[in-house]
Design a protein around this ligand. Structure first.
Ligand SMILES: [Zn+2]
Length: 265
C-alpha cells in the first residue's frame, strides 16, 4: 500500500515537472504559461495528450517530435525524472504533512531556477522576489515545518520561524555581497539575490552549509566543464545551478548533515 502511494507521488512529481518545463521555457521570454497550448518549438504543431505523458512520451518517441522528428531537449526528460524522484522521496520521508508540501514547493522552485540559469545564465527577479515573500510568509505562519531534526536521541523541533529565516537571509545576502565586492565579477547580482532567498528558505544555521556546499559544487562543475572542454577558461560559468543544487540537498538532508557535524564534537 505504502509503495503504491509512493508511486502515485512519483507520477504526481512527473506531471508537475511538465509544468516546470513550461515555466523554464517560457518565463525567460515573458511568454504566458498557459497560452498558446503546448506545441513543438520547431514545427509549431500542437501537441496531443499522447505527446505530453511525462517520461513515457519522450522514451516512446525516442526523444523526437512526432510530427517533424526534430530532437526534443533531453532536459525535459531529466526534469521529469528528477521531480518524480523528489516527490516520491519526500512522501517517503515526510508522509502527508505541511513539511511535504512546503519542501516539494521549494524543490520545484529551485529546479526551475537551476535549469534557467544553467541554460541561459539568468536568475529572474520575477521568480526570486515573489519567492522571498512566500518564504517570509512561511516563516511567519508555518514555522518549524522543515527544521525537525534529531539531536542525540530526541527529536528537536527548531523554531525557525521568521527570526531564523531573517537571520538566514541576512547571512546569505551578506556573504554573497562580500564575494561579489571582493571577486569583482566572479559572481553576479542575480547570485546575491538568490543567496538571500536561500537564507530565507533554509534559515540559520543551515544556510552556512548550503553556501559552502554550493562553492564546492560550483568548483567541481567548473573543473568538470574545463576538463570536458565545454567551456573556455575565461567564460563565465553560472553559479545559480550550484546554489540551487546545494539548496535542494540541504532541504532533503540538511538536518542529517547538521547532526553529523554536531556529532563530531
Ligand atoms: Zn515538431
Amino acid at each position: 500500500m505504502e509503495g503504491a502511494v509512493i508511486a502515485v507521488f512519483a507520477i504526481l512529481g512527473m506531471v508537475v515537472a511538465s509544468f516546470l518545463n513550461v515555466c523554464i521555457d517560457r518565463l525567460p521570454n515573458n511568454e504566458s504559461l498557459f497560452f498558446p497550448p503546448s506545441h513543438c518549438p520547431s514545427c509549431r504543431h500542437r501537441l496531443a495528450v499522447k505527446d505530453l505523458i511525462p517520461v513515457f512520451s519522450y522514451l516512446w518517441l525516442r526523444g523526437r517530435c512526432r510530427y517533424c522528428r526534430i530532437h526534443i531537449p533531453k532536459r525535459l526528460l531529466w526534469v521529469e525524472i528528477g521531480t518524480g524522484a523528489l516527490f516520491a522521496y519526500l512522501y517517503w520521508s515526510y508522509g502527508l504533512s505541511a513539511g511535504l508540501g512546503i519542501t516539494a514547493g521549494y524543490g520545484c522552485l529551485f529546479i526551475v531556477l537551476m535549469v534557467i540559469d544553467w541554460e541561459r545564465g539568468l536568475i529572474l527577479n520575477k521568480i526570486v522576489y515573489p519567492s522571498m515573500i512566500a518564504a517570509i510568509l512561511i516563516g511567519i505562519f508555518l514555522p518549524g515545518s522543515i527544521s525537525i531534526f534529531l539531536l542525540g536521541n530526541s527529536l528537536v523541533l527548531l523554531p525557525p520561524g521568521i527570526a531564523q529565516a531573517a537571520i538566514g537571509g541576512a547571512i546569505g545576502l551578506g556573504i554573497s555581497l562580500l564575494i561579489v565586492l571582493v571577486s569583482r565579477g566572479g559572481m553576479g547580482w542575480g547570485d546575491v539575490k538568490m543567496a538571500a532567498l536561500i537564507g530565507l528558505v533554509i534559515g540559520f544555521p543551515l544556510v552556512f552549509f548550503t553556501l559552502i556546499m554550493a562553492s564546492i559544487f560550483g568548483g567541481l562543475v567548473a573543473v568538470g566543464l574545463l576538463l570536458l572542454k565545454k567551456k573556455k577558461r575565461k567564460e563565465a560559468i553560472p553559479f545559480g545551478p550550484a546554489l540551487s543544487l546545494a539548496t535542494i540537498v540541504t532541504l532533503l538532508w540538511g538536518t542529517n548533515i547538521l547532526n553529523w557535524y554536531l556529532g563530531l564534537f
